[in-house]
Design a protein around this ligand. Sequence first.
Ligand code: IFM
Length: 446
Amino acid sequence: MTTLSFPPDFLWGAATAAYQIEGAWNEDGKGESIWDRFSHTPGKIHNGDTGDMACDHYHRWREDVALMKNLGLKAYRFSIAWTRILPAGRGAVNAAGLKFYSDLVDALLEAGITPYVTLYHWDLPQTLQDEGGWPNRATAEAFAEYAEIVTRALGDRVKNWITLNEPWVSAQIGYREGRHAPGHTDLAESLAASHTLLLAHARALPVIRRNSPGASVGITLNLGPQVPASASFADRREASLADGFVNRWFLDPLTGRGYPLDVAQQLGARLDFVQPGDLEKIAAPIDFLGVNYYTRTIARASIPERENAPQTIFRGAEITDMGWEVYPQGLYNLLGRLHFDYNFPAYYVTENGAAFPDQLDATGQVNDSARTRYIQRHVQMLHKTIQAGIPLQGYFVWSLMDNFEWDKGYSMRFGITYIDYVSQRRILKQSGIEYQQLIRANAVEA
Ligand code: IFM
């Protein structure tokens, strides 16, 4: 049996996000977020689920840190709920909220687990949404104020910061497709939102660096190869636009290239929200890029099949519960392309994982072989990436535990830990056990 060994300092981690696991949505002074409002609106979430209780992590975090320690995690990526810190988005600070995260950070460090903190994972304060939300430039200023307070409180101990998680999803799914909070369906709003999100990132960078000396600061994007369905010109053009829309829309401005004009033209976007000096600020250097990779996307031009020759070539792929193709090779392709085209100083895979319909078996265990294989095959690609000389520093499996999967509620299970939502019992799945062994060996089978 061949094993692929990793560098001794490679960081094995797991990730979560506040709204998806914490629960306690209105406890200890927490304010209302757009996800509280959205999930409480009938008809928005599968089965009427909400994050009110979620995994009850707010009360069970000590048990969860013990679980992480037992797994052997080197790092844990979690997000902070803005409304625990600033219940009204700006202004009065809620000391209980800061204490919760401060205690969590202390416990992680005590357990030998390095915290990676995401400042924003989609739960905008409702008060700020009432003032216009992300399409409103002023939200970037509020974010800087929030970053100031959090990093002043935790910056002595937290040395790895992620400003935003997947701003594309916040802007596109929240403001254009309406499937996520705040549930709007307006292209112009979504484009303006994407710009304010980048401004927020830019405004927060110097704040974090000032309050957390020596910290590494990055941003996490959802990225994936956009592959033409065929070699036809129409499909290749479609793939290039899709790449522009999903990948380049954020990568280009972050690296000083401005917004991709092919995409702006295609969308009929005037980009009149860009003010002098914005693009320079957005292009300030970051220490790493966080990459959330789940799948690739096949791009197919919407023209009649018979005109689109040759015919679509991808068939029979393994698909997860989310309907996403399992395509490990795409992770290697993506990281290679990112490094070749953009040359970031370092990379983390800040999310990667799969939803499958897990069940407890008669012995009370979860034999999630499909997820186990998914993780193993993607980890093999990490090894290949490092071998290729790309500065990949860590991997965070999504997710540490089953949780609230946004509009899909609890119907999707992504965890390496099973959550029994009735008893809130945590049960390490087979994939968790294998991940534990992988971490211990610092190697994966070839
Ligand atoms: O659950 C989400 C997470 O919040 C952001 N990235 C994708 C995951 C799976 O959909």
